[in-house]
Design a protein around this ligand. Structure first.
Ligand SMILES: C[S@@+](CC[C@H](N)C(=O)[O-])C[C@H]1O[C@@H](n2cnc3c(N)ncnc32)[C@H](O)[C@@H]1O
Length: 213
């Protein structure tokens, strides 16, 4: 069993207040709560992608989706129809070194959602998926493993707004995502994306600016 406490402490020491709150709010549900599966779809006007379409679309992308070194960005992610499916598929691929591999598999999935409640729900969905997978497979992990998972969820699963402004058919600016709640009020602050390096002997993360082109 790997103890991740030191890494967690170090990463959390750089967290903003909002991220610390997000960290503390992550919980395991009894079961996944996806609106497309009939949970909390009360808004009526939002369409969440049903499982069979998610499956077909991911199949169309191909096996690259299972490669943990390849990054995935879900820019309007809702409660996680795509991210939960992809993470489940990636977990199924792991043959050994479960702790490190499951962290790596998560660390290259990036998710943006402008609705705070939905991004919170999505973090809980991913956390629930992983916890239930671990129980089912009887893998032993230290509690600090789950804290590191929460760190990745707080950094990679971002409450933000994807740039949708257009000028002459081109996207304005070069930033991928703006921080919420500021963006809601028209103040566009670009969010840097976390890049993780995870091994048996070290866990490191640094933020990098992302350009569309
Ligand atoms: C129709 S839902 C689909 C959610 C998910 N991709 C799925 O397939 O189930 C679209 C989501 O995108 C979010 N959204 C729309 N425009 C956005 C933007 N510019 N930046 C971030 N999120 C956005 C909405 O809040 C909503 O949750």
């Amino acid at each position: 069993m790997i103890i991740f406490s030191n890494y967690v402490e170090n990463i959390k020491s750089h967290f903003k207040k909002e991220q610390l709150k997000a960290f503390d709010s992550i919980v395991e549900y009894d079961a996944l709560q996806l609106a497309s599966g009939g949970h909390n779809d009360t808004e009526g006007y939002q369409i969440f992608t049903p499982d069979f379409i998610v499956k077909d679309m991911c199949k169309a992308v191909g096996k690259e989706i299972l490669d943990f070194t390849k990054t995935i960005l879900e820019p309007t992610s809702g409660d996680g129809a795509f991210t939960t499916y992809i993470y489940q598929k990636r977990l199924n691929e792991i043959k050994s070194e479960f702790e490190i591999e499951s962290l790596r598999a998560l660390s290259t999935i990036y998710s943006i959602e402008m609705d705070k409640e939905l991004i919170e729900k999505q973090r809980n969905n991913i956390f629930t998926l992983l916890k239930q997978f671990i129980k089912k497979k009887n893998v032993e992990v230290d509690s600090s493993f789950y804290d590191l998972v929460k760190c990745i969820l707080c950094k990679n699963f971002i409450w933000g707004m994807f740039n949708t402004e257009h000028s002459d058919g081109l996207l304005l600016g070069v930033d991928v995502v703006y921080r919420m709640p500021e963006a809601e009020k028209g103040k566009l602050i670009a969010v840097d994306m976390p890049v993780w390096e995870i091994s048996e002997t070290s866990v490191d993360v640094h933020d990098e600016g992302v350009d569309l082109w």
